[in-house]
Design a binder for this molecule. Structure first.
Ligand code: IMP
Length: 423
């Protein structure tokens, strides 16, 4: 049984949650493989909207097992609160049955949050615009081999020992930065209590997933953020600290690289939260109009998203890096009333050369080249068949296929599960 991986093609917020929710009906295991509670997946439940940061979106489907993989950085206190919130909304969350957390996943501490915010302040005008949730420092500690893993929360001796080493390192540094020292006793108590709450769900999830794959179970890997926020392949340094593209799907789950169907999710236009280059960005009123039409505000932090035109240079690059062989197009309905519809097809580099490849440097200085198509005025939200779309909307989708070289078989025209066009 092939494994399916869903990745965001640009800088996240492409609507992966809705696509995963749709695919969940035919899935046994849904696995988050990277990122932390910097992500925000909005679900539309009968009781209203719900934003999930860590728990995979499959939790709303009774039959799925949801796994927080080893590549995720977990704030255990945030996770406990998220589980409580889901239960309050009437959803069944049974640790060990429908929710598992990798014992190898690294833990985000209050200290990481402080470091994140401190580092951002220090960067001044060069700031990354992080979510301030400690993601980067937690991954740094993982690389420096001083991190705390979720399994440590269940081992009192190891928990205290690791916290002592961490406090020794960080306290001298916090003192120099004028911040209060870490209190190991309080941290050990709070983290131990969170570990006790999560105990039934903490598992060797890699082994569970390998066995499930061997038994022919259907596995869906849920990427967080997007390919252009990938630590290695994204718009460095304006990236997150995990491998958000498909590469992270193997290291972040413990599944070997079997044949994988990769679905790239792309919005019908482009958005980005935080700082960093964004060649097709609309910095004028049109960008504001797009933000309002698409309600483009971050679901984890509420920050306004920067908006711009569809960028086929960036989409082709990310599709190649992630191995996406098809695109799901979201938010097509949002483009109603915008005309012309512009599609970025190439960049003019600062030295005057034209390229259709995404450069690793000087992306800030490129000038995009566009092709323009006439826009459509009709409301698309009730359309369920491609042929029923206005011809100008059809032509726009076909142009995106032509310029990206990827088929678009699924189009989302609204936030609800049923607002999908399957070709
Ligand atoms: P960090 O992940 O908090 O370190 O932030 C690094 C960059 O990734 C910032 O530009 C954030 O805005 C961006 N980012 C992190 N998570 C998300 C997400 O889920 N959606 C969109 N952008 C994100």
């Amino acid at each position: 049984m092939p494994i399916t991986c869903v990745v965001g093609i640009l800088w996240g917020d492409e609507g992966k949650g809705k696509v995963i929710d749709f695919l969940a009906a035919e899935t046994d295991f849904i696995v988050r493989y990277g990122g932390g509670h910097n992500a925000g997946h909005t679900l539309v439940l009968p009781s209203g909207k719900l934003v999930l940061n860590l728990v995979p979106s499959g939790i709303v489907h009774a039959h799925t097992v949801n796994v927080i993989g080893n590549g995720v950085v977990v704030d255990p206190i945030h996770l406990c609160a998220e589980i409580d919130k889901l239960r309050e909304r009437g959803l069944e969350v049974e640790l060990g049955r429908n929710l598992l957390v990798s014992e190898r996943a690294h833990v985000i501490l209050e200290a990481h949050r402080r470091q994140d915010q401190w580092a951002e302040n220090l960067r001044g005008s060069g700031k990354i615009g992080t979510t301030g949730r400690g993601i980067g420092p937690a991954y740094s500690d993982r690389c420096s081999r001083v991190g705390l893993r979720v399994g440590d929360l269940l081992r009192k001796g190891r928990l205290e020992q690791t916290l002592h080493v961490l406090a020794q390192q960080k306290n001298s540094w916090f003192a120099a930065a004028g911040m209060p020292p870490l209190d190991v006793t309080t941290m050990a108590r709070e983290l131990g209590a969170a570990g006790d709450k999560l105990r039934a769900g903490i598992a060797d999830t890699g082994a569970v997933l390998r066995a499930a794959h061997g038994a022919g179970k259907r596995i869906l890997l849920e990427g967080a953020q997007g390919c252009l926020l990938d630590l290695e392949h994204g718009t460095y340094p304006f990236v997150t600290s995990s491998h958000a593209s498909t590469g992270g799907a193997f290291s972040g789950t413990g599944l070997p690289p079997h044949a994988m169907r990769v679905i790239g999710i792309a919005k019908a236009y482009a958005t980005r939260v935080g700082e960093g280059p964004f060649p097709t960005e609309l910095k004028d009123d049109l960008g504001n109009r797009l933000r309002t039409a698409g309600n483009e505000y971050g679901s984890a932090t509420g920050r306004p998203r920067r908006c711009g035109w569809f960028d086929t240079v960036a989409v082709r690059y990310s599709s190649a890096v992630s191995g996406a062989n098809e695109l799901v197009l979201t938010n097509l309905d949002v483009l109603r009333g915008f005309s012309p519809l512009r599609i970025g097809v190439a960049y003019r580099l600062p030295d005057g050369r034209r390229t259709t490849d995404l450069p690793a440097f000087e992306l800030e200085g490129v000038v995009p080249e566009f092709v323009d198509l006439p826009g459509f005025d009709q409301d698309l939200r009730a359309v369920r068949e491609f042929e029923a779309l206005p011809p100008k909307a059809q032509a726009y989708v076909q142009a995106l296929e032509q310029h990206t070289g990827l088929p678009i078989r699924t189009i989302s025209v609204g936030p609800e599960r049923k607002q999908l066009i399957l070709r």
